[in-house]
Write a protein that binds this ligand. Structure first.
Ligand code: NAD
Length: 297
């Protein structure tokens, strides 16, 4: 069994690390919040003093951090992963961050004879707990083969989509699809409501046709009850679209619909709803149209 250094024990990292422990792997864990380390130590992990220590004691080092700045700090800091990792160790960044940052970090890792993959996930906390995440991997094919078994413990679908950065680009494409779809849903439902229709019936009528989707099936029942308990928080979706828009600008790809969805998410956040589920995006369109689609539960 390989030894795994695991850094970032939040909503997602904690259950992912616990699944690796349950599968019999030795874990060395670190988080800036000590209580989160203590919780994993009670479950059988060893505590690390800092990221450098966690990296030095693992054959594989997994990162599950909020965004690009945290990943850069953890990788490049004085007490960081690149200072501690032993040659030939494999770093797997499972955070959802800018692809351009992982591409740059992989170059630095290679200079130190380390290997690095990006492997962001979708499936949320329930998927992390159940070990059923969808994992999108970028990086060298043989490095991927070396860690595929470890990734399979955390996910039910593990797909290598291309070279380093490809996992993050895929995750951002996923987040663009969901965001623009949520805005389309918001406009269609408010439109139906203002036309005096029964929105439940409109949904029942369209869901079997071309416009039916997983997004509608997941969100319309919640919107109709005004249930915006997260789920996937608006602030996280804003972070992902920010990374998509930055990558789009760097690569010269116009993303006008993504920019519009981002403006609506930001309006939601400015109204104090940033910690609600991203289905609450509809509240901005409701306010503009002076209409309310769902009933308070
Ligand atoms: P989180 O904020 O709950 O966890 C992040 C953890 O990183 C925290 O425990 C924090 O203390 C730790 N951390 C921050 N800076 C650190 C540092 N310098 N050194 C060590 N630890 C540090 O976030 P999360 O919900 O677990 O999400 C992690 C990543 O997964 C994000 O990129 C997110 O977008 C992505 N993601 C989240 C979900 C979800 O539903 N929550 C779903 C899919 C993907």
């Amino acid at each position: 069994m390989v030894k795994i250094g695991f850094i970032g024990l939040g909503v997602m990292g904690k259950p992912m690390a616990k699944n690796l422990l349950k599968a019999g792997h030795q874990l060395v864990v670190y988080d800036i919040v000590k209580e989160k380390v203590d919780d994993l130590v009670q479950a059988g992990a060893e505590p690390a003093e800092n990221c450098r220590d966690a990296a030095g004691r693992g054959d594989i080092i997994i990162l599950m951090l909020p965004d690009s700045p945290e990943v850069e700090t953890v990788m490049l800091g004085e007490e960081g992963v690149l200072e501690g990792a032993r040659p030939d160790s494999i770093i797997i960044d499972m955070s959802s961050i800018s692809p351009l940052v992982d591409i740059a970090l992989e170059k630095k890792a290679t200079e130190k004879n380390l290997k690095m993959l990006d492997a962001p996930v979708s499936g949320g906390e329930p998927g992390a707990v159940a070990g059923t995440l969808a994992i999108m991997v970028g990086g060298d094919a043989s490095t991927f083969e070396e860690v595929n078994g470890i990734l399979q413990i955390m996910g039910k679908s593990v797909v290598r989509v291309g070279e380093i950065g490809a996992g993050q680009f895929t995750k951002l494409a996923n987040q663009i699809l969901v965001a623009v779809h949520l805005q389309a849903m918001s406009e269609a439902l408010v439109f139906a409501k203002k036309a005096g229709l029964d929105v439940q019936k409109v949904y029942d009528a369209v869901r079997g046709g071309l416009a039916g989707s997983n997004v509608l099936d997941a969100k319309v029942p919640l919107v109709l009850k005004r249930n915006y308990k997260p789920g996937f928080r608006i602030k996280l979706h804003i972070k992902d679209l920010k990374n998509a828009l930055i990558a789009g600008r760097e690569l010269g790809i116009p993303l006008p619909a993504t920019a519009l969805a981002q403006a609506f998410f930001e309006a939601c956040d400015a109204a104090g709803r940033g910690n609600l589920d991203h289905g609450a995006l509809i509240t901005v369109t409701e306010e503009l149209a002076k209409a309310q689609v769902g009933e308070d539960a």
